[in-house]
Design a protein around this ligand. Structure first.
Ligand SMILES: *Cc1c(COP(=O)(O)O)cnc(C)c1O
Length: 386
């Protein structure tokens, strides 16, 4: 079955009981036991719920995993995954991971004895330098957030295996439609389901999936023990959203490619970050390991001091955190999504104060381009008026 068919028919896509072509929302916390001490397949909805199970089987199938786990947020999925480690363990982390991942490690796990080193994970020499006797895992995000850095997954996995580390990949930006890290050798894939998988900016959710039975058993244990599970309503919404992932991703990346070229040619723009541009340093690796370049674009204005005026002047494109919805969203990471990372750390990883991140939606491209054009005009007009 091709991936775009799996999006619709993968996992458990119907109700086995009634034949309903949409899995019902099993809005229940508990299940009748016919005999004392012999529960059926479901016992209590934190441990398992049929609507959530249908979604979990789907994400596992899409990523090529043996088991999938759905959580109440991306961070809950990351929390359960980081719980695999013990005090004293050390992780190596890409240097522009999602701000919340950094905060979780720094403020929650570090006080309990987990340590980490952030490096430019594109450089094997930096990975080597960060390695200690206690290093247990390599944690990567590609394309990264917000700089769209591309990490060669196959090369990283080979290195991690040599050092007996597990590789964890946050695949939120690419989705399994564009990239399947487990198939490239990674051990655990994480997602914020809030973004492209949900696709409509109407829910918060997360996923973990693995192709390793022993890791699956442990993640299942932490999912149930910590308890950040996804409810049946949101599980259903996600399954509904995933059905259109292929058409949405194609539309996102078509628009993103056009806007990236438009921005790159604009005299008001100093720099554009988009892996689909031939001069992006990760272009060739992205072309090899991804089926497309995705819907995220970042850029800097020539005059950084006009950043606020520019983003505030947009009318169709919404100034908001988050990404991956059908509507275009724009934000300034240093002030918004990445504000929890100290400025020195942000700057060291290349995130300038004026960097703008654009999640390109699936609106008509003419409306998006016209909106950017009028915002450039407005931001520059105010400058000459002062
Ligand atoms: C949003 C995001 C997360 C966190 O997910 P939530 O659903 O907001 O908890 C993790 N990783 C990446 C790359 C994200 O964009």
């Amino acid at each position: 079955m091709q991936l775009s068919t799996k999006l619709i028919h993968g996992g458990i896509s119907e109700d086995p009981l009634t034949g309903a072509v949409s899995v019902p929302i099993y809005q229940t916390s508990t299940y009748r036991q016919k005999k004392l001490g012999q529960p059926g397949d479901f016992e209590y909805s934190r441990s398992g719920n049929p609507t959530r199970l249908a979604l979990e089987e789907l994400i596992a199938e899409l990523e090529g995993g043996v088991k999938g786990f759905a959580f109440s947020s991306g961070l809950a999925a990351i929390h359960a995954t980081l719980s695999l480690f013990q005090p004293g363990d050390h992780l190596i982390l890409g240097d522009d991971v999602y701000g919340g991942t950094f905060r979780l490690l720094e403020k929650v796990f570090k006080p309990f004895g987990l340590s980490y080193t952030m490096v430019d994970s594109r450089e094997l020499s930096q990975l080597e330098n960060a390695l200690t006797n206690h290093t247990k895992a390599l944690y990567l995000e590609t394309p990264s957030n917000p700089l769209l850095k591309i990490i060669d997954l196959e090369k990283s996995v080979v290195w991690a295996r040599e050092h007996e580390l597990i590789t964890i990949v946050d695949n939120t930006f690419a989705t399994p439609y564009l990239q399947q890290p487990l198939i490239l050798g990674a051990d655990i894939v994480l997602h914020s389901g809030t973004k492209y998988l949900g696709g409509h900016s109407d829910l918060v959710a997360g996923f973990a999936t693995t192709n390793n039975e022993s890791l699956a058993e442990k993640i299942a244990f932490y999912q149930n023990s910590i308890g950040g599970v996804l409810g049946p309503q949101d599980s259903w919404l996600l399954q509904r959203g995933i059905k259109t992932l292929a058409v949405r991703m194609e539309a996102h990346q078509r628009n993103a490619g056009i806007l990236a070229s438009y921005l790159a040619a604009h005299s008001g723009v100093a720099k554009v970050y988009y892996p689909g541009l031939a001069d992006h340093p990760g272009h060739e690796v992205a072309a090899r390991q991804m089926r497309g370049f995705g819907g995220m674009v970042a850029f800097e204005l020539v005059d950084e001091s006009r950043t606020a005026e520019f983003v505030e002047s947009l009318k169709v494109i919404t100034l908001a955190e988050s990404l991956g919805g059908v509507e275009s969203l724009i934000e300034v990471p240093a002030v918004m999504t990445h504000a929890s990372i100290p400025q020195e750390k942000r700057e060291a990883s290349g995130i300038k104060e004026g960097l703008i991140r654009l999640s390109v939606g699936i609106e008509d491209i003419t409306d998006l381009q016209t909106d950017l054009e009028q915002a450039f005009a407005a931001a520059l007009r105010e400058e000459t008026a002062e």
